[in-house]
Design a binder for this molecule. Structure first.
Ligand SMILES: Nc1ncnc2c1ncn2[C@@H]1O[C@H](COP(=O)(O)OP(=O)(O)OP(=O)(O)O)[C@@H](O)[C@H]1O
Ligand SMILES: [Mg+2]
Length: 281
């Protein structure tokens, strides 16, 4: 659990980021504490992926500061970013496995890139990480032969292979059915327990968010409008948070009905009943 009295491991302070006339962040201020899982929630296009990319230097802030362990990285050059990127691993929104190489080589990739390990040591780490995500022994398979849920789990194994201090998850459950969503969320939680990593999870998915989070931050109006422990977030009467949770729960019901071939024109009264009933029709 987070200890707010400790110093943050990562701190965004008054960060501004625009693309031409499009201002994504006017004033992004957000702290991430060592060992916690912080979830960033927000509608499509509010800048969730941009926040993660600013942290690993794939995008640059226009102004403000981003501290990692007390060191401001905003004006770091590519060389100065190398040690930062060794400490931070990102699970990209697209999942992005390399399709031309085997699962084993995919998971080994961060080890070959950053660590000085022998082939035998790399093999052991790859086997261990595949076991952690519930896919032991699939090293020789190609990504194209895997289901969507399996691809996400392999991407997760790759993200943890290099023993990062910080893992950034960009929409880890996108495109998965409810069972696989739950499985990935629980895997994130178990990884958190096993390697005591600090995690930032970006998601639309409230089920995932409530399973994995110690704290939650809500993005709107080009900034963080609330940053709360998970339970307080869930019970918050902040209208931005309530509207978001309501809209996301509705989205989920509609998606699930569409997937089941059911009718999707539910009445407002039915929707409220379903939400009161934890989303179950
Ligand atoms: N490289 C870029 N060049 C120009 N505009 C960009 C770039 N990256 C992001 N944007 C814009 O910044 C805004 C925020 O994008 P971002 O990808 O962070 O949204 P998001 O919150 O992750 O959305 P989603 O939930 O759909 O993934 C969007 O309007 C997007 O079009
Ligand atoms: Mg995104």
């Amino acid at each position: 659990m987070p200890a707010p009295s400790r110093d943050p491991l990562v701190r965004f302070v008054e960060v501004r980021k625009a693309f031409g006339p499009k201002v994504v962040y006017e004033n992004l201020t957000l702290s991430i504490y060592p060992g916690e899982t912080l979830t960033i929630l927000g509608g499509s296009g509010t800048g969730k992926s941009v926040a993660l990319k600013l942290l690993i230097g794939l995008l640059r802030a226009d102004s403000g500061a981003i501290y990692v362990d007390g060191q401001d990285i905003v004006n770091h050059n590519e060389n100065q970013f190398l040690p930062i990127r060794k400490r931070i691993s990102m699970l990209f929104q697209s999942g992005a496995l390399f399709d031309s190489i085997t699962v084993g080589e995919n998971v080994a990739y961060p080890l070959r890139e950053h660590a000085k390990m022998s082939d035998a040591e790399i093999r052991d780490v790859v086997a261990e990480k595949l076991e952690w995500v519930g896919l032991p022994g699939i090293e020789k398979m190609k990504p194209a032969d895997l289901s969507g849920g399996m691809r996400k789990r392999v991407a997760l194994a790759r993200a943890i292979a290099g023993s990062p201090e910080i893992i950034l998850y960009d929409e880890p459950t996108t495109g998965l059915d409810p069972i696989n969503t739950r499985r990935i969320s629980e895997l994130i939680l178990s990884i958190q327990d096993r390697i005591k990593v600090t995690s930032v999870v970006v998601t639309h998915d409230m089920a995932c968010a409530f399973i994995v989070s110690d704290r939650m931050a809500m993005l709107a109006n080009r900034r963080v409008v609330a940053e709360l422990p998970a339970r307080e977030f869930q019970e918050s009467d902040n209208p931005v948070i309530r509207d978001f949770i309501y809209a996301m729960s509705l989205d989920k019901i509609i998606q699930e009905r569409e997937a089941a071939g059911g009718h999707i024109h539910v009445t407002q009264a039915q929707r409220v009943d379903e939400l009161d009933n934890g989303g179950r029709p």
